[in-house]
Design a protein around this ligand. Structure first.
Ligand SMILES: *Cc1c(COP(=O)(O)O)cnc(C)c1O
Length: 376
């Protein structure tokens, strides 16, 4: 929570939940990443929060961008960045979209199989491709597991195929899982990447780049290591596995770039019990899984929640959203401690909500509008 956000919310008159993002925090985060990994280029993962003000700020600061779709690329271009600062990082792309990206000037693509390489060779000739490898996501609160990447043993074949089709076999990528608390999580994947570099070299293909992905955490309820600690651990792993033949590197922070820059303000709609003798109270908010808090799925991400009554005793509450859908419950398996004095109409602040909130908000489920966003 920053003084600027507090001031903004104090003067806000509109009804309904909203997220407020403080650009000064984003600026600070960008600088921390640059300092923690000085030889690494930053590609902001646009999907975390594509607000135009954030994209413009990062463009001015010199960031590059990891885009998942043509629409995201258009947003980045509209913010003033040139196409050579965009990576099409999604391994699942329609050939038409690859062609469109190529027309826009994008020349850097992620792949994880031969079929995807062939699409790129057909409609984006001569481009650079990097092969994503699987990572088990151990230690991450929001693992990305099996959907993206191939086993490391397959990567040299995928890259060789790219090379034969006239593409530039550029490197290897992975993602250690989002909200990664273990600073050593990159080590094993870097070992695999170094192996792939060696195997490709034996086939006469010289790879240049390792894409270290995202995974850098934001602070929710638990303390997290400083970004500098991640930088040191990653640098040591790079040195251990690559020796004095250090590759070019890039990172793709999403959550770590914008998570702590945002605060959601929400209103308590109802406080009730299911039976007179229940110890657990139900607290219903005007925000839930469908208008911003999708990452509470499986209670994966536990946000810090503040109220003006935090000096009062706390009691276990089930926290739920406002829609007529029974999955719209945020925390029930592990109830959330909130002040016993909490009342209908109270405003609560949900911290650490700058990432993956607006983008996960439905258009009009139950008629509720998408999460309103202010960037200040
Ligand atoms: C989502 C995503 C990111 C961002 O991950 P965070 O954990 O939010 O930093 C980076 N790279 C790729 C390819 C992604 O899909």
């Amino acid at each position: 929570m920053t003084a600027r956000i507090r001031e903004f919310l104090r003067n806000r008159r509109e009804d309904g939940p909203c997220v407020v993002v403080d650009l000064e925090v984003v600026r600070d985060n960008y600088r921390r990443f640059s300092r923690a990994l000085p030889d690494t280029r930053v590609f902001y993962a646009v999907k975390a929060n594509p607000a135009p003000e954030i994209l413009r700020l990062l463009t001015l600061m010199g960031s590059c961008f990891d885009a998942a779709s043509v629409q995201e690329m258009e947003m980045v271009l509209a913010a003033g960045a040139t196409a050579d600062r965009i990576s099409y990082g999604n391994t699942i792309k329609k050939e038409r979209d690859v062609a469109r990206a190529f027309e826009l000037g994008v020349r850097l693509f992620a792949v994880d199989c031969v079929a995807e390489v062939e699409k790129i060779a057909r409609v984006a000739p001569g481009s650079k491709v990097f092969c994503r490898i699987l990572c088990d996501g151990a230690g991450a609160e929001w693992p990305l597991s099996r959907k993206f990447g191939c086993v490391p043993e397959m990567a040299p074949d995928v890259l060789e195929h790219a090379h034969r089709l006239g593409l530039e076999a550029y490197g290897v990528s992975f993602h250690v899982g989002s909200q990664q608390a273990d600073v050593m999580a990159w080590d094993q994947a870097l070992g695999s990447a170094a192996n792939i570099f060696r195997q490709c070299a034996e086939r006469g293909i010289n790879l240049s780049m390792v894409n270290l992905g995202g995974g850098f955490p934001t602070r929710y309820l638990k303390d997290i290591p400083e970004v500098g600690t991640y930088g040191d651990a990653i640098f040591r792993s790079l040195s251990r596995h690559f020796g004095n033949r250090m590759p070019e590197t890039i990172i793709e922070p999403g959550r770590g770039m914008v998570g702590n820059a945002g605060v959601i303000e929400t209103e308590v709609v109802l406080v009730s019990k299911k039976a007179e003798n229940d110890d657990v109270r139900w607290v219903y908010l005007d925000i839930g899984k469908f208008n911003g808090l999708a990452e509470t799925m499986d209670e994966a991400i536990r946000y810090p929640i503040r109220s003006d009554r935090d000096h009062d005793e706390k009691v276990p509450c089930v926290l739920a959203g406002p829609t007529c859908d029974s999955v719209d419950v945020l925390y029930e398996k592990e109830p959330y401690l909130l002040p016993f004095s909490i009342e209908i109409g109270d405003k609560l602040l949900i911290e650490g909500t700058g990432a993956y909130t607006t983008t996960y908000s439905a258009v009009a489920f139950n008629g509720f509008p998408p999460l309103r966003s202010y960037v200040i």
